[in-house]
Ligand binder design. Sequence first.
Ligand SMILES: Nc1ncnc2c1ncn2[C@@H]1O[C@H](COP(=O)(O)OP(=O)(O)OP(=O)(O)O)[C@@H](O)[C@H]1O
Ligand SMILES: [Mg+2]
Length: 280
Amino acid sequence: MKDKNENGTVSTESEVSVEKKDEQPKGNSREKIRASKGDVLIEVRELCKSFGDHKVLRGISTEITKGEVVAIIGPSGCGKSTFLRSLNLLEVPDSGVVLFEGTDITDKSVDINKMREKMGMVFQQFNLFPNLTIKKNIMLAPVKLGKMTKEQASARADELLKRIGLSDKADAYPDSLSGGQKQRVAIIRALAMNPDVMLFDEPTSALDPEMVGEVLSLMKELADTGMTMVIVTHEMGFAREVADRVFFINEGVIAEENTPEEFFANPVNPRLKDFLSKVL
Ligand SMILES: Nc1ncnc2c1ncn2[C@@H]1O[C@H](COP(=O)(O)OP(=O)(O)OP(=O)(O)O)[C@@H](O)[C@H]1O
Ligand SMILES: [Mg+2]
């Protein structure tokens, strides 16, 4: 059973953890950052999206709070990417709204590019610019969008490359990197903009198995810094370990959501039970 608060909305694990903070200190840095809870970062109301006659999203509503890590799972074609891409309007919903930091980004008068600067996105296929060096890939957006001077962006790129142990690749081109290295660069490239949320669409699905771990550990580190993250993933172990909440999307809605402990141990929805029995 989900808890309802006095507003009638579903309590998130972050609220619960904040309430329990004093009695159950977990020593997790994210717990402390989420103590400023109530800060809803993204609110989605009745989001609908069809492609032709195919109704993919049929009224998705949820709230994601600052510092929360949400994992999204579900069968292929259920609409996970469509939902994620709706959060920064890469997909334009047919109806419903997406509020980011209180602003309805579906409102046509909103400068969506400005909003997207605060939302980092990482794709399955890395999407690095092949004709630019690694360092230039990282510096490009902050300089082009006027967020940093070249010198500032260069210092930030150096710092981020150091953080992931790839300083020696600064002047290399993406083609000379392994898949795992490319994806880690794609992640820090998004981080260079100092986003308020990071959206990941199956960031490890295109990787050789031996490279999955290095990308997941970078994501885990990021989660531990308090970054708000929404992650579409097939990595159930990762979702269980890192997420605060897990969503199961089925038939165009969030058919089940829960803390990872409950979600994986006591699934309720029959389709989720069936799905988990196949993937776990
Ligand atoms: N641009 C598009 N035009 C037409 N149909 C689309 C488009 N994008 C997605 N779809 C369809 O919408 C449905 C949901 O797609 P989506 O990519 O969101 O699924 P998904 O859950 O991310 O699947 P996967 O796990 O395979 O990535 C699919 O049936 C897909 O074929
Ligand atoms: Mg997808």
